[in-house]
Design a protein around this ligand. Structure first.
Ligand SMILES: *Cc1c(COP(=O)(O)O)cnc(C)c1O
Length: 380
């Protein structure tokens, strides 16, 4: 990746990653198992606390796929999913032949609206199609309304899958994201707060669930000297090389969070005197966001007529990457036939919002360039 461009979120190595990778080479653990895989899982379990179990996998998408399998989602089932998210939150529903039901966001956390969620559940139950699972997402590092969403999941006895791909290190009421769902998932893709180049994890409450996920992720081999299978398996385990990168990254995770949060404060300061622009921030002290990405929403009528797209294009011209917020799934061509519950909160966020460069590796020079470019867009 070139240095001249200012990226939204690029990999940021801490230094010890290569040491763990070298160890893997030195000991010939160049395979989807080995000391780095178990070491990385242990590091994550220690970090998350709450007596959880972690299985390291090849991606967050694979983790979601296995989570839905563990919950027994099958062909013809319905699964509820937050609409405003990355497509990987919803795709595994379709891998299983099940149908996603999409839910609007609420304006405080931009995540699943509890009111629309309950309407959807009641509607589907009335039609004899009780949803098999609920997938909630902590977008951009901001926890969803955990108390409200888990209360509804509990009330209707529907398991909650927590997509914490963007929220490693974020907390809600002092508890870490990734520990709230019946099952939770993490991602270590190249653009996430820590990366293993590509990778993910499933977080479970019991060791049996973790063992089952690992079993399925390694081709579902029965305990026999020959290759014997009683179930369909997957090739989803994390490689010992990638896990070595992960172990190095765990040493700098808290530093990355501090630096991303400093980027967020930089934008809060920058936009303080620019009317019509709101920086996405924690609604109250229950929330602590890792601020994986810093985002803004623009009220064009108050912002000198500047739209989010005008701002994106102006920054692109000077080699600064910005990106619209996630386009809601119910507006995606591939999901156009799916049911949707809610109003236009997610749609309006998509229309008026923008993600800004947020990496933990941005320099003072980068911040000056960003500041100058943004001030010239808004002519302040
Ligand atoms: C990145 C991401 C995923 C998928 O993770 P991968 O490791 O890229 O497969 C899932 N959900 C959300 C919200 C994400 O941002």
């Amino acid at each position: 990746m070139s240095n001249s461009k200012i990226w939204l979120s690029s990999p940021h190595m801490g230094g010890n990653e290569q040491k763990y990778v070298q160890e893997a080479f030195d000991t010939n653990w160049v395979a989807p198992l080995g000391p780095n895989v178990s070491g990385f899982e242990q590091d994550l379990e220690n970090y998350l606390g709450e007596a959880v179990h972690v299985g390291a996998l090849s991606s967050g998408t694979a983790a979601l796929h296995l989570a839905l399998i563990l919950l027994g989602v099958k062909n013809g089932d319905e699964v509820i999913c937050q609409s405003m998210t990355f497509s990987a939150s919803a795709n595994p529903i379709v891998y299983l032949g099940a149908t996603p039901i999409f839910i609007d966001s609420e304006p405080e956390t931009w995540n699943m609206c509890p009111v629309a969620l309950e309407q959807a559940i009641q509607d589907r139950i009335a039609k004899g199609k009780k949803p098999k699972a609920i997938i909630g997402v902590h977008l951009y590092g901001m926890a969803f309304k955990v108390d409200e969403i888990t209360a509804i999941a509990d009330k209707y006895e529907i398991p909650l899958v927590e997509d914490s791909a963007e929220a490693l290190g974020s907390t809600y009421k002092g508890r870490k994201c990734g520990t709230f769902g019946n099952l939770s998932i993490l991602s270590f893709n190249g653009n996430k707060i820590i990366t293993t180049s590509g990778g993910g994890a499933i977080v479970t409450k019991t060791l049996e669930q973790k063992n089952k996920a690992v079993f399925l992720s390694t081709q579902a081999r029965d305990n026999a000297p020959h290759y014997q299978h009683s179930e369909i398996g997957y090739n989803y385990r994390m490689s010992n090389i990638c896990a070595g990168i992960g172990r190095g990254q765990m040493e700098v995770l808290d530093q990355h969070i501090a630096l991303r949060r400093a980027m967020h404060r930089f934008y809060v300061d920058l936009f303080k005197n620019i009317p019509g622009v709101t920086v996405f921030s924690e609604p109250n002290s229950d929330y602590f966001s890792n601020h994986w990405l810093s985002c803004v929403v623009i009220d064009t009528t108050k912002a000198n007529g500047v739209t989010s797209e005008m701002m994106r294009l102006a920054l692109e011209k000077v080699n600064i990457e910005c990106r619209p917020l996630w386009k809601p799934m119910h507006l995606q061509p591939v999901f156009s036939d799916c049911l949707y519950f809610g109003h236009t909160v997610a749609e309006n966020l998509f229309t008026n919002g923008l993600c800004l460069p947020s990496g933990s590796n941005l320099s003072e020079n980068d911040r000056n360039s960003i500041s100058n470019a943004i001030q010239s867009v808004f002519r302040v």
